[in-house]
Design a binder for this molecule. Sequence first.
Ligand code: OAD
Length: 250
Amino acid sequence: MNTTTISSALIDALRTAQHVVVLTGAGISAESGIPTFRDAQTGLWAQYRPEELATPEAFMSNPRLVWEWYAWRRELVSHAAPNPGHFALATLQQHIPQVTVITQNVDGFHQQAGSQTVIELHGNITRTKCFDDNTIVDQWDETDEVPPRCPSCNGLLRPDVVWFGETLPLTALDAAYAATTGCDLFLSIGTSALVHPAASLPYEALQRGTTVVEINPDATPLTGDVHYSLRGPAGVVLPALLATTWPEGG
Ligand code: OAD
């Protein structure tokens, strides 16, 4: 990332910002080794598209397949770690009074990297809930049956993530809109800006006259509307952005 391409106006906006909101997508975890949704699935799962697995209908028709896909992804996440992009966002908190991370990711890497205010729009793959009574389940009896069953109502267990066609957790969505309407700088990082309602947040910021920055190696439908488009991987661009804005470090 050529830091000379970071405009002085953006540096000033960062230095004077009081509340920065960051919307992240799968791209910020790509450098941690977690495939994005637009990446082709690999290995055993290559024959499936996420849209065919991450739905209530897919779970009802083949609960074992869906449970095992998430077990594979949970395993992937458990052997991966936050990357310099996640850590740079955590460091942002040392320079800016309020930083809110709104993530579409379910890997928990922002919290692991030290971000304090993280809104998980699509849930968290490390949490499990009952498909029937929707309660979070921390412990269950392991039997030969897959998926396991809810100890309270005997319903099938599922990951606590939002599937296609399901509504987002309303408290998370309300908090995301409140943060977006109250911030003075909005960063959209590693998201294709295709899936609503998350994809509507940067447009909400733009409508309010908030400065919007996109960080992505590729163009997205949002690129033409943002004030600054920094092209490159988040794990490179974010550390460079912080080093240029606050050369004294911290
Ligand atoms: P996508 O896979 O749609 O988009 C990933 C974005 O990250 C793309 O725009 C890539 O160009 C970009 N990207 C790739 N590598 C990157 C890197 N190193 N640094 C920065 N950006 C990089 O993932 P999302 O936008 O997160 O929803 O997808 C949004 C939602 O669609 C997901 O949360 C999921 C999916 O359907 C649910 O599961 C409900």
